[in-house]
Design a protein around this ligand. Structure first.
Ligand code: PMP
Length: 336
């Protein structure tokens, strides 16, 4: 249980970069990525926000509406002004692509945007590959900087490679990007606080400088990151046998959630619900943004002891073959 260096475990960082940027990434080979181990995804976001504040004090961050609520707290406490951009379309319970593109176009050139790399929290709504390409193109036109929060790599499709597609599209298009990675969900390392912050720089020299500055920010904040979780990550990802076992387990988790989405939708349809429940299976990742109101959520809690956040977000990980019928029935009652 020795100390790690300020920037964390080099082995863990190397493996994390391969997961996000690709096994044979030219950017890894060219040493263009400044990366440090971070206190899981939250710590990675906070470190980036502090970096942004220190070196670009006049910059802002554009955050999707809605988003994981802690994003607002993180950039607020780092004293980076926030703007929001359109993301979710309440009527279709899908992506408001036109609104999103408008907001990207209308933001001042060179703005910072926070993007969920996959399995958007809380909505479960991700752009399609084609839409990501259009977003990336427009970012290029506007010279915006994309910061990807990737807290659920593997949880959307079951394949971490596929879930990194948005990032890979931006890389292909020649963007410099930032990326926050978390092993909380995809390795179940929640409390171990295992994560990584990376910033793709212009060249190796800049990457060395940026990494050094990230370490300067980390040092007075927490000195160095925790060792145990990073060992679990680097040992698993560095060993082909353990890695393939992990990939199988991630796929098992994601497939089970996808199966529960189908089961919930089918149960609601079998109950004769006249409403459309397509969004349950169209959305992806751990969460289903059900569209239920806070009042309906309160009723589910009080009358059925079913618990979810008051924005109507169901954690699909909590749905099982044993409780899906009970859940469907209760939801059906809310619309009776
Ligand atoms: N980003 C998003 C979108 C999340 O949903 C979460 C976890 N709820 C995180 C970051 C960070 O989680 P952690 O700090 O545990 O990795």
């Amino acid at each position: 249980m020795e100390y790690l260096p300020m920037g964390g475990s080099i082995k863990m960082i190397d493996e994390s970069l391969k997961l996000a940027y690709g096994e044979d990434s030219e950017f890894i080979n060219d040493k263009r990525i400044a990366a440090v181990q971070a206190l899981s995804g939250t710590g990675a976001c906070r470190l980036f926000a502090d970096f942004q504040r220190r070196f670009l004090p006049d910059s802002q961050i554009y955050i999707p509406t809605p988003t994981w609520s802690n994003h607002h707290n993180i950039w607020r406490d780092a004293q980076v002004p926030q703007r929001t951009f359109t993301y979710y379309h309440p009527e279709s319970r899908g992506l408001d692509f036109a609104g999103l593109m408008d907001d990207i176009k209308n933001a001042p050139n060179g703005s910072f945007f926070l993007l969920h790399a996959c399995a958007h929290n809380p909505t479960g709504v991700d752009p399609t590959e084609e839409q990501w390409r259009e977003i990336s193109y427009q970012f290029k036109v506007k010279n915006h900087f994309p910061f990807f929060d990737m807290a659920y790599q593997g949880f959307a499709s079951g394949d971490p490679e596929r879930d990194a597609k948005a990032i890979r599209i931006f890389l292909e298009d020649g963007h410099q990007i930032g990326c926050a990675q978390s092993y909380a969900k995809n390795m179940g390392l929640y409390g171990q606080r295992a994560g990584c912050l990376s910033i793709l720089c212009e060249d190796e020299m800049q990457a060395v400088a940026v990494k050094s500055q990230l370490q300067q920010i980390a040092r007075p904040m927490y000195s160095n990151p925790p060792v145990h979780g990073s060992l679990v990550v680097s040992i698993i990802l560095n060993d082909p046998e353990l890695k393939s076992l992990w990939l199988k387990e991630v796929k098992g988790m994601a497939d089970r959630i996808i199966g529960m989405r189908k089961a919930l939708k089918e149960n609601l349809e079998q109950l004769g619900s006249p409403l459309s429940w397509d969004h349950i299976t169209n959305q992806i990742g751990m969460f289903c943004y059900s569209g239920m109101t806070p009042e309906q959520v309160d009723r589910l809690t009080n009358e059925y002891h079913i618990y979810m956040t008051r924005n109507g977000r169901i954690s699909m990980a909590g749905v099982t073959t044993g409780n899906v019928a009970y859940l469907a029935n209760a939801i059906h009652e809310m619309f009776a």
